[in-house]
Write a protein that binds this ligand. Structure first.
Ligand code: NAD
Ligand code: MG
Length: 402
């Protein structure tokens, strides 16, 4: 067996992917990149291939894969370039891969992440949408595949760090826990006058005060759907009901989340808001490695504030809790409607405040059912996308003629 861990980075060109490669670069004696994947950014993947010399480079878009093949032909002919969604699944399950960073955004990440679970990898989960969609079935796949699922999402990684020694997600409820206190920055519009929310532009929504992230999750943070998805994610990972996950707005984003124990103790994980910390933690767990992150200066932080979330201003939080409560495929329907609505907002065909309206109307129109197979989940995901797309078009039409 090789002494370095073989890694596939799904979503290598994104914000999490780039941070993951930065941490790997700092720890080259421990990790070797087996595969890098992206959607269609051949230029960036080409540069990453030169720097990390993976065995495989995959682009979901087959034309972009052809472009990458031509670029690599002279400079790195040993790298095998693959194209298409099936190739993403293939490189997640290779024998020579020990660890898969699941950092594709959205439902597109589900099948490759599942393959990593099925083949018993260490799965570093950034792609929360995959878990939100498929819930308990995903966790079953982790258990039956003998995979180790470690959360990369900063809050869930913080919670994991605060849970009893030896506990890993997917093994039931951790001992002695009363509540999880899930922190939220509140996004860029926490204090904006409510009547100004409808005029928000994509550029404003993507300018997060504390974190630099991809566009979709940035909009999710601005609507607080990100926190709604994270409540569901926490319930799945740690086998807790929704009423034991309390959202707390914490504008400084220094406390990444907390666990309140039955005996009155509260454990928190703190750090600068830099995703390289949870990435490094999940890569090396149970050891610790250099992440390139500055030490937290508590004197500079000075104070830590906590507030109740405002569900009037952020209806997406309520919608996510309702979907969690409804169970079955409701969270897949919620997620799909959100993906469609957020993309429409980014494309400037939907106003910011209508994102929640589209999700609520989709949940009302698409009835959920038992999520007893991945086929059922994917079918309801598709039904929700069709309904949400129709609602977006109807709203765009009304705007045009009003
Ligand atoms: P991003 O948009 O910056 O990157 C997404 C990556 O996925 C890119 O490499 C892109 O090429 C790839 N991708 C997109 N669509 C694809 C498709 N159809 N097929 C194959 N690949 C595809 O996003 P990000 O901010 O890095 O977020 C990635 C995931 O991590 C999301 O699920 C997000 O919720 C989660 N996450 C991100 C952060 C963060 O700080 N960025 C924090 C916590 C969780
Ligand atoms: Mg998070």
């Amino acid at each position: 067996m090789s002494s370095t861990a073989g890694i596939t980075v799904l979503g290598a060109t994104g914000s999490i992917g780039v941070n993951t490669l930065d941490v790997i670069e700092r720890n080259r004696d421990r990790y070797r990149v087996v595969a890098l994947t992206a959607n269609r950014d051949a230029e960036r993947l080409f540069e990453q291939c030169l720097a990390h010399q993976p065995r495989y480079a995959v682009l979901a878009d087959t034309d972009a894969a052809e472009d990458l093949r031509l670029r690599l032909r002279d400079s790195a002919p040993d790298i095998e370039v693959l194209g298409g969604a099936e190739a993403l699944v293939r490189v997640a399950g290779l024998d020579e891969v020990d660890c898969v960073m699941a950092a594709i955004v959205g439902a597109a990440g589900l099948l490759p992440t599942l393959e990593a679970a099925r083949t018993g990898k260490r799965v570093l989960l950034a792609n929360k949408e995959a878990l939100v969609m498929s819930g308990e079935l995903f966790m079953q796949q982790v258990r039956s595949g003998g995979a180790v699922l470690l959360p990369v999402d900063s809050e869930h990684n913080a919670i994991f760090q605060c849970l009893p020694h030896g506990y890993v997600p997917g093994t039931g409820q951790p001992d002695g826990v009363g509540q999880i206190l899930l922190t939220a920055s509140g996004g860029p519009f926490r204090t904006l006058a409510p009547e100004q929310l409808s005029g928000i532009t994509p550029a404003q929504a993507c300018a997060h005060p504390n974190w630099e992230m991809g566009r979709k999750i940035s909009v999710d943070s601005a609507t607080m759907m990100n926190k709604g998805l994270e409540v569901i994610e926490a319930c799945r990972l740690f086998a807790l009901p929704g009423d034991r996950v309390q959202v707390m707005v914490h504008p400084q984003s220094v406390v990444h989340s907390m666990v309140q124990y039955r005996d009155g103790s509260v454990l928190a994980q703190l750090g600068n808001p830099d995703m390289r910390t949870p990435i490094a933690h999940s890569l090396a767990w149970p050891e610790r490695i250099d992440a390139g992150v500055d030490a937290l200066d508590m004197f500079r932080v000075g104070r830590l504030d906590f507030e109740q979330p405002d569900e009037q201003r952020f209806p997406c939080l309520r919608l996510a809790r309702e979907a969690l409560q409804a169970g079955g495929t409701a969270s897949a329907i919620l997620n799909a409607a959100n993906e469609v609505a957020v993309q429409a907002f980014l494309d400037e065909s939907l106003v910011f405040t209508a994102i929640a309206d589209v999700i609520e109307a989709t949940l009302a129109q698409v009835t959920s059912r038992d999520a007893d197979s991945f086929d059922v989940i994917l079918e309801d995901d598709a039904r929700a996308r069709a309904v949400a797309t129709g609602l977006v078009a109807a709203k765009a039409g009304r705007r045009m003629y009003s």
